[in-house]
Structures are given as C-alpha cells and as structure tokens.
Design a protein around this ligand. Structure first.
Ligand SMILES: Nc1nc2c(c(=O)[nH]1)N[C@H]1C(S)=C(S)[C@@H](COP(=O)(O)OP(=O)(O)OC[C@H]3O[C@@H](n4cnc5c(=O)[nH]c(N)nc54)[C@H](O)[C@@H]3O)O[C@H]1N2
Ligand SMILES: Nc1nc2c(c(=O)[nH]1)N[C@H]1C(S)=C(S)[C@@H](COP(=O)(O)OP(=O)(O)OC[C@H]3O[C@@H](n4cnc5c(=O)[nH]c(N)nc54)[C@H](O)[C@@H]3O)O[C@H]1N2
Ligand SMILES: [Mo]
Length: 669
C-alpha cells in the first residue's frame, strides 16, 4: 500500500525571488512549464497539413493551399446544401484573446453559423454564470491573487491548487506565516489539503448543502453583517428562510461532514475580519455547479466580504487563457467584450466593427456538450472545425462523442500534435505553439498580459490566425489581418462599452505596465480590485440568490455503489495531448485511487489492475491504494483516454457544465 501520491514527489520549479514582471506567479513555473519547450522540435510535432483517406484510413501530407482550398470548398458546399448552421466551430480556453476573437468572427461572419462553442464550457462556466448572476460581472478574481496572503481565512472549495497552480501555493504558505488560516474542502486529502488548518472531506457533489449549513450557523450566531446586507445587497430574506432548514446534523447526513467540523468552520468565519472564499472545479463541475457557487457567494455576502480589501469571493482559473477565452466571442451566446448575442445594442455595435448588417449576425448556438451531441444528426452540424481542444479525451461521456464525430461529413483539427481527436479528422492543420507566436492572454485576476514570440516556428507550420484568415479569404470575404496587434486593435474597438471593456488597453500599455486589468475603458486606469463601492448590476447591488440542494444527477445504487470523481495530477496537463508527449515528464498512465477499506472489499492490492464501470462505459487501470480518499469514493485522473468514457454528461441548467465531478460507479478486481 502506498500512502503517498506519486504525483506529489515532483518538485515545483522554485524561483523564490519576487519577480516584478509577472506579479501573479512571481516568475515561477511549475514542472510542466519548465518542460514545455520539450515539445518543440519533437518528432511528434506536425509540420505539414495532413489529409486522411476515409476508405483506407491513410494519411498523406499536402500543401497548405491544397488543404485550405479543400476545406473551404467543403464548408461552402455543406452550407449551400444544408444551410449555414451545417458548419460548426469548437474553440479552446488556451487560445489567445486574438485567436478567440477571430474564431468567433470566423463563425459568425465568414461561415454565418451560430454553431460555435468551446471547452471553457467544461471549465469555469458555472462560476462565470454565478458571478454574473450575483455580481453582474464575471471576472474570476475581483482582486489580485497575492491578496490571499493578507486575508484572515481562505476557504478553498474543490481546489487542489498545490498541484494545479503550484506557483500560487506560496500565497497559502505566506498567509499561514502571516497568521491566517487555510480551509480546504475536498473528498480527497490532496497536497493542498495537507496545507490546511481545517480540512473537510464531503461526499462529492455536496458542497451546496455545506454552504447552506454554514450560512444557517452564521445566521444563528448573529454573524451576518446586517448593515452590509441592507446597504449593498438584495434578496437575503428568501435565502435566510431557506437556510433555516439546514441544521448541521442534516448537513452531516447529506455530506458526511461531521456537524462538529461544520461548527468549527462557522466559528472560524464568524470571528474573522477578512474571509476569502475561492472555488475551483471540484465545486463547479456539477449539474448543480452554478447553484453551488451561488450558495458560497451567499456565505461571502452574508459576511459582508465582497468589496472589502483582501476578502470576498473568487474563482480559481483553469486554462492558460481561461478568463480571456470566455470574453471575446467563442461562446455560443456571446459577442466580443462579454456581450450577449441577444442584445440588439451589442449586435449593432459589433456589426459596425465587423462592417456587416446586424441582422447578418446569427443568434445563439448550442453549448459545447450539446453541440458535440448534435454532430452528424439530422438536425445537427455536418462539419466541425476544432481549434485547441482534444474532445475525445476531455468531453464527458467521450465514447458517445467519438461516435458523433464519426457521423460528420468533415472534421478538421488545427493542432501542433496528432492528438486523439486529430487522429479522427479528415484534415489536420499544423499550427504554431505559444513560444512561436505573439498574443495576449487575460489571467485569473482579469489582468491582460502580452506573451511575445520567443523562437521561430518550425518550417511548414502556420499560426491559428493565418489559418483563420486563409479560410475566411477562401470563403469569399475581404482579407483579414494575421498580425496579433492589428487584431487586438479591432478587438479593443469591438469590446468598447461591453462588460469586459478592453478599449483602453494597448500592446504598448501592457508592456509599460506589466499587464492591465479590465474593465479598462479608453483613458481609464484599469481596476485591480472590484466592488469597493458598487457591484455591476444597474442598481449597484449584489444579489443573494436562493438555491436548494437537488443532489447529483446520478446517485449510487446497488449496481453502481460508489461515487466516482475525476480531476488532475501535477505532472500532466488536460487531455495530455502535449504533456504525454514530453519525455521529461513522468507518465505512469491512469490509475484508480481508492481507500484501503474499499480495496480490501474488492480484493485489490496497490498496483493491481481494476475495472471501473459506470452506466456509460468502463476502463481498466491499476489501483492506487491511499488512505487520503473517502472510502465510498474513487478518483481517476482524466489526462488519459478512459476516465471520460465513465463520466456523466448531465448538464447544469444555467452554465451547461457537465457533471465531471460525480457519478455512480462500480469497481472490481
Ligand atoms: N497539473 C495540472 N494543472 C492544471 C491543469 C492540469 O490539467 N494539470 N489544468 C488547468 C485547468 S484547465 C483547470 S480547470 C484547473 C483545475 O484546477 P482544480 O480545480 O484545482 O483541479 P481538479 O483536479 O479538477 O479538481 C480539484 C479538486 O476537486 C476535488 N473534488 C472532486 N469532486 C469534488 C466535490 O464534489 N467537491 C469538492 N469540494 N471537491 C471535489 C478533487 O479531489 C480535486 O482535488 O487546473 C489547471 N491546472
Ligand atoms: N473527467 C474530466 N474531464 C474534464 C475535466 C475534469 O476535471 N474531469 N476538466 C475539463 C476542463 S476544466 C477542461 S479545461 C478541459 C480541457 O480539455 P481539452 O479541451 O481537451 O484541452 P487540452 O487538453 O488543453 O487540449 C488542447 C488541444 O489543443 C492543442 N492546442 C494547444 N494550444 C493550441 C493552440 O494555440 N491552437 C490550437 N489550434 N491548438 C492548440 C493541444 O495540443 C491539445 O491537443 O477538459 C475538461 N474535461
Ligand atoms: Mo479547465
């Protein structure tokens, strides 16, 4: 039996000196960052467009013109036969702001399709939806990350940041050096949990009743900031009434967290002057993810925290451009500047920037999982262009997604490697990697930063911006720019007046100021800390939203008696398309984390192959027996093909987030 998680042995690349040029991570990178250059020059790198013969399955290298001509001709043909929505686009939160913006424009202007969405739907969408509802704005952190060090109590709900944002873990360490307390809520005791002063280990999918129970206790103890609630919020009365039912003993029954622990946490929060509540995917990737985040925001509001220095609520980001990637129009319901595609004023503004009639902008499309589910069906799109996602590994219920892709007339993937999704494509377009191109990203603090090209790309590859412009030109439009700064200038104009207003930001300003925070209308300074005087709803007030616990979409039963949850390990990134190809990173393959009590019951020893089954599929991997997980729960990392054959594609009604973090499962030796 191993008691240590193998992933934790990796050391974080240490750079202890404060680096003024990257305030969020102080110049530190995690192990993957240091090794990322390993993919450059690798034999795995694609350097020529490839076309696959469907009959024989054979790939052949073709010239760029030939590949782009062919793709554009097929897209035009599908549009002519089936209408504009026959073509679909799938983007990624790893793309730069410029790429995300151009991809949205490619869909709406060059293809005229409403069918575009992106993998960010699987990432922070529930927190985004909750932030918009409660505060009227979705900026992951409304304060700089380093503010963590100055708070009194930092509550991490479903975040394993020691493994998923290693450079940020130092902020937790400094908070504790400063006398502050760290609280971690996770069904697994992770390296983040090991840093906690108080650790709560709930059943997956029960963070919502935990929050209701905490608010119940705070209210009973008279710890609600009545003045703040009256002056700065609306809707508390309903919330107060509904949490009255959530006695700690009832919360214990649902969540498995002892009532005493709950009281301990409530006591800590009641006596603190500054409380910071941060959620990540553990709390958010649920069919009730938005409601769960809202319940924790309610706790923060009741304590009077949002807008107070070094306090409030925030969502810890995911992908490299997780924040900027959700602001500039690659979402099904969105136009650049975080505008709604349904808003006539937004449509008129963006249409003017694009030089088209507002009526030519399509309406709302399908969200990521719904889009993938519709592919190749009679009503659904017949083609898909993928930029920056490896959907057959990372989509929920991935076996079903693969069958949908197989029903397409045309699948095109732009990638730097032959990912599992690219391997199913008709055409693969080889593109440049981050170090080989320039562009802006918006970090979790809402800080727009510039990443400049460091090295020349290998011969034969093109940037996504060149690919997009190449397709747009062939689809009959005017010539589109390929220079990132020129595109950023257009994005600035398109975002003007929107919620994520970038109009005051320029490449020069970003260089001069080490990043600029949005909202930043022309002539303004940018705003590192939000909500000091007012929230973003027209009346300036924050909203308490009354939410109740519905439970997971799929609860354990006789056939599938366990909770399965999924997530990340330190050494691998996402679908692993890049990190699994880097020799310097350890790759031991997937595993099934389980408690010794469970291992005994199924007769498995550490390292033995076990089979995990859910109603959707099964996978085989070695058992990893650890005392750090709940005995009723198993955990599988999703970096390898397998985990997502098991996961449930039930969606959150408002964010359309799938339930990656809990479903019913069975395990056998
Ligand atoms: N090493 C590494 N770092 C990454 C990534 C990567 O792939 N690898 N990906 C990046 C991206 S895109 C993202 S989104 C972030 C994600 O960052 P995190 O959200 O920190 O990562 P996860 O491992 O998905 O989930 C966090 C924790 O949630 C716990 N959890 C599972 N179910 C529940 C539940 O129901 N409730 C609670 N409270 N906790 C639960 C898991 O045990 C896990 O420890 O990481 C980013 N950083
Ligand atoms: N079971 C389970 N599944 C999950 C999650 C979970 O916690 N559990 N988490 C979800 C989350 S939070 C996320 S963010 C997704 C992520 O999962 P994916 O959407 O698959 O994201 P990546 O693995 O980062 O895939 C990026 C792909 O794009 C390529 N790529 C990278 N940069 C670029 C670029 O600039 N241009 C182009 N054209 N290609 C590029 C990479 O080589 C890779 O093949 O997975 C989700 N899936
Ligand atoms: Mo993510």
């Amino acid at each position: 039996m191993t008691l240590s998680r193998r992933g934790t042995r990796l050391e974080v690349g240490a750079r202890s000196q404060r680096n003024k040029h990257s305030p969020a991570n102080e110049g530190a990178l995690c192990r993957k960052g240091w090794a990322a250059a390993g993919l450059r020059g690798s034999r795995e790198r694609l350097t020529s467009p490839m076309v696959r013969d469907r009959a024989t399955g054979e790939w052949s290298a073709v010239e760029w013109d030939q590949a782009l001509d062919m793709v554009a001709a097929r897209l035009a043909e599908l549009r002519a036969t089936h209408g504009a929505d026959a073509n679909a686009v799938f983007g990624g939160g790893g793309l730069t702001n410029e790429k995300a913006y151009q991809l949205g424009k490619l869909a709406r202007v060059a293809l005229g399709t409403s069918q575009i969405d992106y993998n960010g739907r699987w990432c922070m969408s529930s927190a985004a939806s909750a932030g918009n509802q409660a505060f009227g704005v979705d900026r992951g952190l409304p304060f700089p990350l380093a503010d963590i060090e100055q708070t009194d109590v930092c509550v991490l709900v479903g975040s394993n940041l020691a493994e998923t944002m290693p450079p940020a873990a130092r902020h937790l360490d400094r908070l504790r050096e400063n006398g502050g307390k760290v609280v971690v809520i996770d069904p697994r005791l992770t390296p983040t949990g090991e840093r906690a002063d108080l650790f709560l280990q709930p059943v997956p999918g029960t963070d919502l009743p935990l929050a209701l129970g905490i608010l119940h206790l705070l209210d009973a103890a008279g710890a609600v900031d009545e003045h703040y609630v009256a002056e700065r919020t609306t809707g508390f009365d309903d919330v107060r009434r509904s949490v009255a039912a959530w006695w700690p003993e009832m919360v214990e029954r649902v969540s498995g967290v002892e009532a005493g622990r709950l009281r301990e946490l409530a006591g800590l929060l009641a006596s603190a002057e500054k409380v910071m509540i941060l959620t990540a995917r553990g709390a958010e990737q649920h069919a009730q993810g938005t409601a769960t985040v809202l319940a924790w925001i309610n706790v923060a509001l009741a304590l009077g925290m949002p807008g107070r220095p070094y306090a409030g609520y925030g969502c810890l980001t995911g992908q490299g451009n997780g924040q900027g990637g959700r602001e500039h129009g690659q979402k099904a319901d969105q136009l650049p500047g975080y505008r709604s595609i349904d808003d006539p004023e937004a449509r008129a503004h963006v249409a003017a920037v694009w030089g088209i009639d507002p009526d030519a902008i399509p309406g709302k499309g399908r969200s990521a999982s719904e889009l993938l589910d519709a592919l190749g069906t009679p009503e659904g799109p017949k083609s898909l262009l993928v930029f920056g996602s490896n959907v057959v590994v990372s989509a929920p219920n991935a076996g079903h997604v693969a069958s949908r892709l197989a029903g397409l007339d045309l699948l095109v993937v732009a990638d730097m490697v032959m990912s599992e999704t690219a391997a199913l494509a008709d055409v693969v377009l080889p593109v440049t990697q981050w170090a080989e191109e320039t562009g802006t990203m918006t970090n979790l603090e809402g800080r727009v930063i510039l990443r400049t090209q460091a090295v020349d790309p290998p011969a034969g590859v093109r940037s996504d911006l060149e690919v997009i412009a190449g397709l747009a030109a062939r689809l009959g439009g005017p010539r589109w720019p390929t220079d990132p700064e020129e595109i950023f200038e257009e994005l600035r104009a398109a975002s003007r007046g929107g919620r994520a207003d970038y109009s005051g930001i320029s490449y020069d300003r970003i260089r001069a100021e080490d990043g600029v925070f949005w909202p930043c209308p022309d002539g303004s300074g940018g705003a590192p800390r939000l909500f000091a005087d007012s929230f973003f709803h027209p009346d300036g007030l924050a909203r308490f939203i009354d939410v109740d616990h519905r439970g997971a979409a799929e609860e354990p039963n006789d056939d599938y008696p366990l909770h399965l949850t999924t997530g990340r390990i330190l050494a691998q990134y996402q679908s692993g398309a890049q990190t699994r190809r880097i020799k310097d990173l350890p790759d031991d393959g997937a595993f099934v984390e389980m408690h010794p009590l469970l291992a005994d019951r199924v007769g498995a020893h550490d390292g033995d192959p076990v089979v995990v089954r859910t109603p959707r599929g099964e996978m085989k991997a070695p058992a990893r027996v650890v005392t750090t997980i709940r005995p009723d729960t198993i955990f599988v990392p999703f970096h390898w093909v397998g985990a997502n054959k098991l996961t449930n594609d039930a969606l959150d009604p408002s964010s359309r987030m799938p339930e990656f973090k809990v479903c019913a499962a069975a395990v056998s030796a």
